[in-house]
Design a protein around this ligand. Structure first.
Ligand code: ADE
Ligand code: ZN
Length: 321
């Protein structure tokens, strides 16, 4: 098992801001926070008990995103994400971010956010030698018009991106609203992954594939409700970026024991184990392998299979295989 590369394919860098950095940036920019040290701040910036749903979970980002007061703060958190990946022993990580979400609290220029993130990732790669692929996010929650602006900002650094993703409120902003955006993404030669089948059902996964051209699905757990879709995902080799603890915390799944990951693997789907928002969730990839996956009923060979699947569906191969 240890000879397999350690890979996280689904990690939001804006969902992985260190508590110490939130404190530091808060002090630096005179932003009042609900806690003044690590212990008192932690419950406000990470999940302590499941949120009632995905949108409530996303509200937990308020304080951490709220300290992104300038481009330098965005560069710093991108850099620290690469350092965290190194410290966790990751060989390859796909980091994703929504420039609009990061820009919103302080009215930053989204293009400046993209440039700062790219700079922080470049510095991190040089300093720590981790293989990092960058994924730009369109936040569906802001609607179609903002998604065009977000895409425009991302495309100013298009050659630095590996893929584009769609994230945010899946129930109220279905994939069909973003068909034209993703046609542009595909025309630009970028890969496509889409959050689907997390807060909404199997139909949302069909839409992500048929309407947006998704090659991989973020979460995708509700595929379990549709046997025809299961066959389709297996035959087309469309991978699932599963995130166990996140699914409990967003109340997408009631508990680890009920999580469908094991059944998805047993059905031969290319399902993987990832972290989603490690800072918000208070976890890392080792926790997902060692604690969450066994709690979800996976035996050692199934965890290993999920790790091999990650090598298989990684957007960049870069000698991982
Ligand atoms: N943004 C950050 N985490 C997310 C999730 N789990 N689903 C949708 N959008 C997100
Ligand atoms: Zn996600």
């Amino acid at each position: 098992m240890e000879s397999l590369p350690k890979i996280d394919l689904h990690r939001h860098l804006d969902g992985n801001i260190r508590t110490a950095t939130i404190l530091d940036l808060g002090r630096q920019h005179g932003i009042e926070l609900p806690g003044t040290d690590l212990e008192s701040l932690r419950p406000y910036v990470s999940i302590t008990e499941p949120a009632p749903g995905l949108v409530a979970f996303l509200e937990k980002f308020r304080w951490s995103i709220g300290v992104l007061a300038d481009a330098e703060a965005c560069r710093r958190i991108a850099f620290e994400n690469v350092e965290d990946a190194k410290n966790e022993g990751l060989d390859y990580v796909e980091l994703r971010f929504s420039p609009w979400f990061m820009a919103e609290a302080h009215g930053l220029n989204p293009q400046a956010v993209v440039e700062a993130v790219v700079a922080g990732i470049d510095e991190g790669r040089a300093a720590f030698g981790v293989k990092v692929a960058l994924i730009g996010i369109l936040s569906r929650t802001y609607g179609e018009d903002v998604a065009w602006k977000e895409l425009e900002a991302l495309f100013t650094c298009r050659s630095r991106l590996t893929a584009v993703d769609l994230a945010g409120d899946e129930v109220n902003f279905p994939a069909g609203l973003f068909k034209k955006h993703f046609a542009r993404v595909r025309d630009a030669g970028l890969h496509v992954t889409v959050h689907a089948g997390e807060a909404a059902g199997a139909e949302s996964i069909w839409d992500a594939i048929r309407l947006l051209g998704a090659e991989r699905i973020g979460h995708g757990i509700r595929a379990i409700e549709d046997p025809v879709l299961m066959d389709f995902l297996r035959e087309r080799r469309i991978g699932l970026e599963c995130c166990l603890t996140s699914n409990i915390q967003t109340s997408s799944v009631p508990d680890y024991a009920s999580h469908p990951l094991r059944s998805l693997l047993e059905a031969g789907l290319l399902a993987t184990i990832n972290t989603d928002d490690p800072g918000i969730s208070g976890i890392d990839l080792d926790y997902e392998f060692r604690t969450a996956a066994p709690a979800a009923g996976l035996i050692g060979a199934q965890i290993e299979l999920a790790r091999r699947n990650a090598v298989e569906i990684a957007f960049e191969s870069w000698n991982l295989k």
